[in-house]
Design a protein around this ligand. Structure first.
Ligand SMILES: Cc1ncc(COP(=O)(O)O)c(C=O)c1O
Length: 386
């Protein structure tokens, strides 16, 4: 059966050019970048080439890129590293209620060892008010962490405005741009961030690779200690093949993001309109305008998102209820709860995230397949009171 992959927020397939760039480093080019002989020098050259590609795509200097194992590690390094580096016994961090767990959990850890964290609320479409950031800053504030775009509902945050506030107050701004990169322009100077997290596997690169951009002069303590790789910011032998793939994926993203987004946007609109028009008791989660071009997240009353996903899977469609992580825990999404959706309704959400290989035919197939599934599930639901 033909498969239609609509979960690009969870992960993306490798771009063929990325695969081609990586293959030599999974085979004959196996050297350790720290070795001084030819094989090592070749690996070092490849890693530094990837660093230049990533820096160029972000408008950064290569020395400001710290390669990591992905978005989770980059978020941990930014948040815990900035607080540890400030040397205060009781530092203060500001973040939002809709961040990925890779930001929220390091914040919880900091609270557990005596630091303070403010979790700012968002409005009904998931946007944080820059003025709330301004008001939350205290003399103890070291860092503000606000994601560029949300992984569940696709809402794009006013990062530039928040950056201006942070700069004025003299506090660092970190942004998790894992979902934004490849879909929006991600330029560190235009955004005004001090740190920014990226993950290769969300932009047609490999899993297990990513980086933290660290603006020159930002004080940060390393979390992984050892051989001193990545200028001491991240010890451990480099993931050469993954890093090369990440570099290639970032170069492609910088070149193609606009074209990719322009092609996908009408598909997203058709999907949203088609679902809302053909299925009653349904609403769009997140902001209609300030939204990633590939994100559709809808709430269906009376039924569970998990059941919809299973039925869609049987029909050849890969979709999810929200983040890949919360589908394991079975709890209502903290993002939807923060948007003011009651827990019993939050379970009825479905996320469809488009990618570069999706077509108008894929959208047509979803619009044919989904309404009978919803109808069947509602007929079986004891909650269904039309
Ligand atoms: C917004 C966001 N941040 C961080 C991560 C974690 O990235 P990684 O899978 O590379 O650890 C994800 C992945 O789902 C994400 O969507």
């Amino acid at each position: 059966m033909r498969r239609i992959y609509l979960d690009h927020a969870a992960t993306t397939p490798l771009h063929p050019e990325v695969t081609a760039a990586m293959i030599p480093f999974l085979g004959e080019r196996f050297g350790n970048p720290s070795s001084i002989y030819a094989e090592g020098r070749e690996a070092r050259k490849a890693v530094e080439g990837a660093r230049a590609q990533v820096a160029e795509a972000l408008g950064a200097d290569p020395s400001e890129i710290v390669f990591t194992s992905g978005g989770t590690e980059a978020d941990n390094l930014a948040i815990i590293g900035a607080v540890f580096a400030c040397g205060r016994e009781k530092a203060h961090v500001i973040t939002t209620a809709v961040e990925h767990h890779a930001v929220l959990e390091p914040c919880h850890f900091l609270e557990s060892i005596g630091h303070a964290v403010t979790y700012l609320p968002v409005d009904g479409s998931g946007i944080v008010d820059p003025d709330a950031v301004r008001k939350a800053i205290t003399p103890a504030t070291v860092l503000v962490s606000v994601m560029h775009a949300n992984n569940e509902v696709g809402t794009v945050q006013p990062v530039e405005e928040i950056a201006a506030i942070c700069r004025e107050a003299g506090v660092y701004l970190h942004s998790d741009a894992v979902q934004a990169a490849g879909a929006l322009e991600v330029n560190v100077d235009r955004l005004g961030v001090d740190m920014l997290s990226l993950s290769a596997h969300k932009l047609y690169g490999p899993k297990g690779a990513g980086c933290l951009y660290v603006r020159k002069g930002t004080r940060l303590k390393a979390l992984l200690l050892g051989g001193g790789q990545e200028r001491g910011m991240r010890s451990g032998t480099e993931n050469v093949a993954g890093t090369v793939g990440f570099g290639a994926a970032m170069e492609l993203a910088a070149r193609e993001w606009r074209e990719r987004s322009q092609r996908i946007l009408p598909l997203r609109e058709r999907l949203i309109d088609g679902i809302l028009e053909s299925i009653p008791y349904t609403r769009l989660n997140g902001d209609r305008e300030r939204r990633l071009p590939n994100n559709v997240n809808v709430l269906f009353d009376f039924i569970e998102g998990e059941a919809i996903c299973l039925k869609l899977d049987f029909q050849g469609i890969a979709a999810s209820t929200g983040s890949a992580c919360s589908s394991v825990s079975g709890e209502a999404s903290h993002v939807l709860l923060a948007l003011g959706i009651p827990p019993e309704k939050a379970h009825g959400s479905l996320r469809l995230t488009l990618g570069r290989e999706n077509t108008a035919e894929d959208v047509d197939y979803v619009l044919e397949t989904l309404p009978p599934i919803i109808e069947e599930l509602r007929r079986m639901s004891p909650l269904y009171r039309p």
